[in-house]
Each structure stands twice: as structure tokens, then as C-alpha cells.
Ligand binder design. Structure first.
Ligand code: GLN
Length: 185
């Protein structure tokens, strides 16, 4: 059985833990580098990326997290995608640079803070995607592949072992995102 950690400093970690258990993972809440070491892969949940960055610095977890990403898969959802990106705008902030994407935070604007959309995917059929103050992926590098688009922008992408969604699959019953991540471990 694969052990998948969920970074549990802030945000939506509990829903990810349950979603991972639904696809047969042994899910572990991770708050220290030692806990991280027990994991075959890691999920960075949605929440507030600025707060997560502060807590990562406070707990001395930023570098261990980046090192983890050099050898094992990480999936970032929404704020987690912002943490994994190469560059962040709106405003600019530090990031792990594990996926060659540029993101703009809160890019759908105040009026459209949250929405549920049905989006087509080539490999998983039509899925329901929940966006909550989501970033927009403004640029993807050549080695990034796009799994799904919404409104002309990539919303699900991957590069090597790593994967991001700008939406929240832990809030819907379809398990295809978490299952796809498990296939990378
Ligand atoms: N707006 C948040 C951020 O900028 C992300 C929102 C989310 O994770 N649902 O970090």
C-alpha cells in the first residue's frame, strides 16, 4: 500500500486525506520533515498559499519539501498549485519551482470568486470542477502536459512526477484526479 502525505499546516487537508483513502492510499497528515520522509508522494492542499509559505518557513519545511519533490511525486491543488509553480504573480511570491508553470493568483476576479463547472477531459470524460478563488495558469513550459482546460486556460497539468489542478477534486465524488496521482507513485 502506498503512503501519501497531505501537508497539514493549513487549508483543505482533511478532505484530501479522505479522498486519498477512497482510492486506496494510506494517507498521512504531514507537519514535519520526518513525517514527510515516510511518504511515497505528497499532496499540497488548497487554502491560502501566502499563509502556507509563512508556516513552511516557520516550521523549516520549505527546503525539505523542495528536496522531496526532486525524488518523489507531489500533487498541488489550487494554493498547492501556486506553491509548486515556477513563478507566481498577483502579487509575486516565493514558490518551489517544481513545475514549469506561471500562475496568477485570484485571477478570476472578485465577482467570480467560486464556481462549479463541468469540464471535458480526453482521458477521464467530463468531470465536475470546483473553483474557489482559483489561480489561472498563464504559461506552461514545453515539458508540461495539459490534462484539462476550462475557458481557454489549463486547469489540470502535469510535468514528470508532479501534477497540479487549479480546482478542488477533494470536494467532489469523482476520484479520477487522486487516482491519476496514485498511478504516479
Ligand atoms: N486564493 C488562494 C491563494 O492565492 C488559493 C485558493 C484556494 O486554494 N482555494 O493562495
Amino acid at each position: 500500500m502506498k503512503t501519501v502525505g497531505v501537508l497539514a499546516l493549513q487549508g483543505d487537508f482533511d478532505a484530501h486525506r479522505r479522498a486519498l483513502e477512497r482510492v486506496g492510499a494510506c494517507a498521512l497528515e504531514v507537519r514535519t520533515a520526518i513525517e514527510m520522509d515516510h511518504c511515497d508522494g505528497l499532496v499540497l492542499p488548497g487554502g491560502e498559499s501566502t499563509t502556507m509559505l509563512k508556516l513552511l518557513a516557520q516550521e523549516n519545511l520549505f527546503e525539505p519539501l523542495r528536496r522531496f519533490g526532486h525524488t518523489r511525486p507531489i500533487y498541488g491543488s489550487c494554493a498547492g498549485a501556486i506553491l509548486l509553480a515556477r513563478t507566481v504573480a498577483g502579487p509575486a511570491q516565493k514558490s518551489l519551482n517544481l513545475l514549469d508553470i506561471s500562475v496568477e493568483r485570484n485571477a478570476y476576479g472578485r465577482q467570480l470568486d467560486s464556481r462549479i463547472a463541468r469540464i471535458p477531459t480526453a482521458e477521464h470524460g467530463e468531470i465536475e470542477a470546483v473553483f474557489i478563488r482559483a489561480p489561472i495558469i498563464r504559461r506552461v513550459g514545453d515539458s508540461v502536459s495539459i490534462v484539462a482546460m476550462y475557458d481557454g486556460d489549463p486547469v489540470w497539468a502535469e510535468q514528470g512526477p508532479h501534477m497540479v489542478t487549479t480546482f478542488h477534486p477533494e470536494l467532489t465524488s469523482d476520484s479520477c484526479v487522486h487516482r491519476r496521482f496514485m498511478d504516479k507513485l
